[in-house]
Design a protein around this ligand. Structure first.
Ligand code: 4AD
Ligand code: MG
Length: 475
């Protein structure tokens, strides 16, 4: 039976027989194999006898997959406490070093690795990133489960545009080259698979609200799709979002939940993926060294995570945020590319100024102007702002978007009409406000933005196995 390398390294027991399987990371002096099976960052050293069959030795190349039977022994060499003294080496999969893309480049760049995303799991960096991603996903379910939330699976194919931003991918089985037409020339969707125009979801929120009106505390965790043409290091066309929705919560409860949640999952990763995070911390430190002094961050990755877990997030209103920006040296020196005045949507340069320069910690901004936010957010008494809440994180910008929801039927329908959202089609959503409505609130956390923050990676394409971005759907 196969033993995982992690278990052998962790136990530090010696003098027992094992079988290990994994991929060769290096092979020195025709004797020392570093074998990695992805169970942890470290590879194990396997030592083969000098009398090993030459035909086999020739096939022990970087990237080859081996099965090794042997005995775990205390290691005499530096750098490891135990090693496997091999008795039998079986080549499971050969790997020609002349052709292996990872072998051909010494220290391949992240950009290059993106082009060979099918192989990049084999590097230390991506092994660490995807183990951390897994742990975060697990911690998210654990957080909500421990608090009695119900995990709801909301539909991926939907006819509604929850965010009203019109950035949806159409789902259709009509022939693209010759779709059936109505008399006025428009496409006749009644002939389509679902008998109507459908899209991939941009958010599970509206359906989660329906669940919360009975189960009280629910969350979704699923893929979401946005056809926004943003080719940035923070945007994906397909990303994963976690959306809790809680009956009886107001905007303050919502902020508290989001802050507790973020701190919990970061702490969980720090407690359970220390080796990976320390490696990623070093990687980031090296990347930072390439930058000019004044652009380097003041804290290392571990320090930053520690800081976030142990300090309260700053809480300010949108109006405060605008005033801080207007008062800032950056504004006075005309450093911002985009205009700053009450009513604007905060641009990423503004968000980053607030979190990275001004507060130097995560910031929760509430009370945004109604005109820049979605129709479902609860109107504040001033009639100008809504009970929205965005959480901005250093190095990331917006990581969470949420709000208290408009539970008052008349206010909600008025807002929908103003924003040209079809109230008849959305009867099912409005029914929650007709039949036993209650105050409720929720938010959406972009999973990849969380993984970016925790892993210290700088491009969102490097924290999802196979990124989907404009003009790119390889693999
Ligand atoms: O702010 P957004 O658009 O909010 C919603 O979708 C609400 N329905 C959530 C809710 O209240 N239940 O998106 C939420 C988060 C953002 O803060 C961001 O972290 C992430 O989703 N996000 C993206 N992540 C990667 N690529 C994109 N294109 C993203 N768009 C949003
Ligand atoms: Mg948002």
């Amino acid at each position: 039976m196969r033993t995982k390398i992690k278990d052998i390294l962790l136990s530090e027991k010696t003098d027992y027989a094992v079988n290990i399987k994994g991929w060769v990371r290096s092979f020195r002096n025709n004797q020392f194999i570093a074998l990695n099976d992805g169970s942890c960052m470290a590879s194990i050293q396997a030592v083969i006898g000098l009398d090993t069959d030459e035909a086999i030795v020739k096939k022990i190349t970087n990237g080859a997959c081996l099965s090794i039977d042997g005995v775990v022994k205390a290691s005499l060499g530096k750098g490891q406490k135990v090693e496997v003294v091999a008795e039998k080496v079986t080549i499971l999969g050969e790997c020609d070093p002349e052709q292996f893309p990872l072998q051909l480049k010494n220290r391949p760049s992240l950009e290059y690795l993106r082009e060979i995303a099918h192989l990049r799991f084999r590097t230390n960096t991506f092994g660490a990133v995807f183990r951390v991603r897994h742990t975060l996903a697990y911690a998210i379910h654990k957080f909500f489960n421990d608090r009695g939330f119900v995990y709801l699976h909301t539909p991926i194919i939907t006819a509604s545009d929850a965010e009203g931003a019109g950035e949806m991918f159409r789902v259709s089985t009509l022939p693209a080259d010759n779709p059936p037409k109505n008399e006025d020339g428009s496409i006749n969707y009644t002939e389509d698979f679902f008998g109507r125009c459908t899209n991939l979801t941009v958010s599970g929120q509206l359906e989660a609200e329906l669940g919360a009106m009975a189960l009280s505390d629910v969350y979704t965790f699923g893929p979401t799709f946005r056809a926004e043409n943003s080719n940035t290091a923070r945007h994906l066309a397909e990303f994963w979002m976690i959306e809790p929705e809680v009956a009886f919560n107001d905007i303050v409860d919502n902020m508290n939940l989001a802050e507790d949640f973020i701190k919990y999952v970061i702490k969980y990763a720090m407690d359970n993926n220390r080796e990976d995070l320390e490696f990623l911390s070093q990687r980031l430190a090296e990347e930072e060294k390439q930058k000019p002094m004044n652009e380097r961050s003041e804290m290392g990755l571990m320090e930053k995570l520690e800081f976030v877990v142990n300090n309260s997030f700053e809480r300010i209103t949108y109006t405060d945020a605008i005033n801080i920006l207007l008062d800032s040296p950056a504004y006075k020196k005309k450093k911002f590319q985009y205009e700053v005045k009450w009513g604007i949507d905060l641009q990423s340069e503004h968000e980053r100024y607030l979190v990275e320069k001004h507060f130097k910690k995560p910031v929760i901004v509430t009370g945004y102007p109604k005109d820049i936010k979605a129709f479902y957010m609860r109107m504040n008494d001033d009639g100008k702002t809504v009970a929205a809440m965005d959480i901005l994180a250093p190095g990331i910008g917006e990581i969470v978007g949420g709000s208290q929801r408009e539970e008052r039927l008349d206010m909600l329908t008025r807002r929908m009409e103003e924003m040209h959202i079809p109230t008849e089609e959305m009867y099912w959503y409005l029914d929650t406000r007709r039949f036993g409505a209650c105050p409720h609130a929720g938010f959406g956390l972009g999973f990849e933005r969380l993984v970016l923050f925790v892993s210290g990676m700088t491009n969102i394409r490097d924290v999802i196995p196979f990124p989907r971005t404009p003009k790119n759907a390889e693999f």
